[in-house]
Design a protein around this ligand. Structure first.
Ligand SMILES: [Zn+2]
Length: 263
């Protein structure tokens, strides 16, 4: 049976050793979502894939599906962007690790999502350009939840429909993933997190504007931490598990913030 060769772009999400000399690599691609391919001899002879199969690299891939085997073989990889700052800056690396973990947890092999792919690239690029590292993480997390089917409701109270944030105080319900006004739920609880009007406005704006506009959307550190706190807790509820790389991130920012310590 003839080998089928295809070309696509892709971002490296995970690599693991296979046998004596091979690497199994997980990519996220625009036209096929998450895929896994084997890079034969990648650990023995670095010539073909030198510095390319590193975490977060953005590549042009040449893949071959041989015969009736389901496993893809990685034939060639050409570097689009290495995002070197992510690998040599511990803070940026830990932020990128959260993004990587979310991508691995929230996507399934072969399910295409071009919006998520573009958001992933935008986020890695923003992190690499020495943006304030938590800002791209916040925007990624917000849209990621939307793209995987759990869009946070940031425009109005999910019970009475009162518009936010002008009409009063709002809290974010980490179980339902939406705002709730203090009239509908007067008693505070551990699952209802207060959000400032400024944070609500920014998060609501950040959900639907273009990526170019998103690059220009500035937020105060306090709002970024507030937003990350609710998204982390809501995300954990949706994914039904701990986000392990969050721990490293939390330690990293423990000195500068109180809010990201929570959860
Ligand atoms: Zn209400």
């Amino acid at each position: 049976m003839a080998a089928v060769v295809s070309e696509t772009d892709g971002v490296v999400l995970e690599t693991r050793d296979h046998g004596e000399s091979d690497l199994i690599v997980t990519f996220y691609c625009p036209d096929s979502g998450k895929i896994t391919a084997i890079a034969k001899g990648a650990r023995k002879s670095r010539r073909r894939f030198v510095n390319k199969l590193e975490m977060f690299t953005y590549l042009r891939l040449q893949l071959r599906r041989s015969g009736n085997r389901s496993l893809l073989l990685l034939e060639e990889a050409e570097l689009h962007a290495a995002f070197l700052n992510l690998r040599f800056d511990i803070v940026r690396y830990s932020v990128a690790s959260v993004i990587r973990e979310l991508m691995l947890l929230g996507t399934r092999e072969g399910e295409t999502d071009e919006q998520l792919y573009k958001m992933l690239l935008w986020t890695l690029d923003s992190l690499d350009r020495r943006d304030t590292p938590l800002r791209p993480l916040l925007f990624f997390f917000l849209r990621y939840l939307d793209y995987i089917g759990y869009r946070p409701e940031m425009d109005c109270c999910t019970q009475c429909g009162t518009s936010a944030p002008s009409a009063g105080q709002f809290r974010f319900n980490i179980f339902s993933g939406g705002l709730i006004c203090t009239s509908c739920s007067p008693a505070p609880s551990s699952s209802l997190i207060p959000l400032s009007p400024t944070t609500i406005t920014h998060l609501s704006d950040a959900q639907d504007i273009s990526l170019k506009q998103l690059s220009g959307l500035q937020m105060q550190t306090r709002s970024i931490h507030e937003g990350l706190n609710i998204l982390h807790r809501y995300g954990r509820h949706i994914l039904q598990r701990e986000i392990h790389s969050w721990k490293m991130l939390r330690q990293m920012f423990a000195k500068s913030s109180n809010t990201i310590k929570e959860g």
